[in-house]
Design a protein. Structure first.
Length: 176
């Protein structure tokens, strides 16, 4: 299946994605693929969308904006709720922060893991990637990242659990 490929500018990205959903009925977010496009283009994402009425699929390529050592893309969390874990996965492996996503924390890697393993400049030497023999540090907080009017990246901390919340761990669940 050949996909129509679309690219939007950083400033128009969120508005154009909303139009694709509301006006063109691309109501199903199939996946988000984070990618290191190399030194020429930097980091970015490929979004695969489907129109569930016509079954047409399109891909949208969005390059991340680089702010010093940080890379950012506007979050589509409030357009497609299914992007929640997909954006967190991209953040976990490539370090792209999704602006406005309410829960930007690691999904698969340990909280204390340093670096972004799917970046082309990641040092994969075993000496630098020893598995820790300590418990994973837990945090009661998550981060939301946004840009100020001056284009400065700011972090807002959100509490994960309130005093009245009760957490139960049911895992691991597997047949063995």
């Amino acid at each position: 299946m050949k996909l129509s490929n679309i690219e939007f500018g950083f400033d128009n990205f969120l508005d154009e994605m909303k139009k694709l959903k509301t006006e063109k009925h691309f109501d199903y977010l199939v996946t988000i693929v984070g990618e290191d496009f190399g030194p020429e283009e930097g980091l970015g994402c490929i979004y695969i969308l489907e129109n569930t009425q016509t079954h047409e699929r399109i891909s949208v390529k969005q390059l991340a904006k680089q702010l010093g050592d940080e890379y950012v893309i506007p979050s589509i969390y409030h357009v497609w709720a299914s992007s929640d874990l997909l954006e967190r996965e991209v953040y976990d492996f490539l370090g792209i922060k999704f602006l406005g996503h309410p829960d930007m924390r690691r999904l698969f890697m340990r909280n204390d893991f340093e670096g972004w393993p799917l970046r082309k400049d990641f040092d994969m030497s075993p000496e630098k990637n020893q598995f820790p023999m300590t418990d994973e540090p837990e945090s009661d907080w998550t981060s939301e990242w946004n840009l100020t009017k001056d284009g400065e990246l700011v972090e807002t901390k959100h509490r994960l659990f309130e005093d009245d919340d009760f957490v139960i761990n049911f895992g691991p669940n597997h047949p063995s």
